[in-house]
Design a protein around this ligand. Sequence first.
Ligand SMILES: Nc1ncnc2c1ncn2[C@@H]1O[C@H](COP(=O)(O)OP(=O)(O)OP(=O)(O)O)[C@@H](O)[C@H]1O
Ligand SMILES: [Mg+2]
Length: 463
Amino acid sequence: MSGRDSEFVCQGCGHTALAWTGRCPGCGEWNTLVETRRREPRKGGRRGGRPAAKRDAPRPVPLRDVDAPAVDRLTTRIAELDRVLGGGLVPGSLILLGGSPGIGKSTLTGMALGNLCASGCRVLYVSGEESAAQVRLRAERLGSDALAVPVLAETSVEAVVETLEAERPDVCVIDSIQTLSVEGMTGAPGSVGQVREAAGAIMEAAKHLGTAVVLVGHVTKDGSVAGPRVLEHLVDGVLLFEGERERSFRTLRALKNRFGATSEVGVFEMRAGGLVEVADPSARFVSEASRAAGSCVLCAMEGTRPLLVEVQALVAPTEIVPPRRVATGIDRNRLAMIIAVLARNGGPSLAAADVFVNVAGGVRVDEPGADLAIALALASAHRGEPLGPADGQPLACFGEVGLTGELRFVAHPERRVAEAGKFGLRPVVGPESAESIDGLESMATLAAALKSARGTPAIRRAA
Ligand SMILES: Nc1ncnc2c1ncn2[C@@H]1O[C@H](COP(=O)(O)OP(=O)(O)OP(=O)(O)O)[C@@H](O)[C@H]1O
Ligand SMILES: [Mg+2]
């Protein structure tokens, strides 16, 4: 390896240097020099003037004349994974799978390769993080299909590319991209330059071999995939595997997908025998929900699928200034906004209280339709009274809360109400919608919803 195979290029001004410095000598910006592999200038190339010999310019082709053979997707036989991918892996595509440590990335990819191998695909598992023996131990837990997967414990990109060329697998998993290093580059594996070059080299090989590659990637503290942003542009899809490690539920969602929708979510549960798909997550979450003060059921949409989750809130007198605002599974800023709107629109003032809001089961809800559930759970926690009718069922609701306290329409109200109806949760409190929906108790404002959720005659009588 020689240090001269790479150079350091400023990401701001393009200045090149032979050694790394904290400040770019060209533009004076800090921390912009990134190690890049030096490329031989093209012989007879066009750089720096006119082409050496006159060549015919390449001709553009109308799209309808482009040769595009229909390709079958490779199904991993993990239905939730296939759904998030948009129907399976596309041959020749490059997918980045991110997730926090220990979430189950290696387990998921190991299971997928085992299934693909059993259905006759050529597969390869490249492990840079664990020895082959460690990978075998995991595969033993996953079953005999996973044990049939060929494994390569390697961290050199050149060696991985050579193996890809020799083996020509249909699907290859690289676990993980942060452990690979490129010959001739001095940066540590996982540095911006290394990750970019490694991913570039693998993509080049994968595209001409038609191999579908899944790159496993680490996730930084703030939840984005570690490494350069360019990696996310380079790949065809970015999947994020999330969940709390202590909880058994994990969700898989697509942040980017060139071959399918990005709104789909897969739900898994970690068990001793590997990850198990949760085909009907609503049933799991609703069965755990109870009619308690500070709890209500949110009819959320995860992509095209309605999902019922329990939103729990706790309000307690505070001893500190400013009071605590702890949000798990929802956006913290959204929580702050709802607390403010509540205080102005018939709800309690929580200025002197610590507030904790949690979406049970370790699920993350990223849609404005969760606002009403958070607001009602907070009001109920503050009063110490359960919501909804006194027949033992928790209250179900959905809707976006505006800054002026109005309830706003959110997409697919009929599907949300129908999903709640499946579990006997009726009526569902939600915003007004153009067509009438059976089972929906529509409200125009947050104040009206608060009143309705509280003032059910059944509760009054029971009290
Ligand atoms: N016998 C078991 N029963 C239940 N769960 C298990 C068992 N063995 C391992 N696990 C779970 O599997 C997780 C590890 O999975 P895996 O190695 O696939 O994660 P990973 O995302 O690849 O982690 P890393 O970032 O370290 O590579 C553990 O955190 C644990 O929750
Ligand atoms: Mg792993």
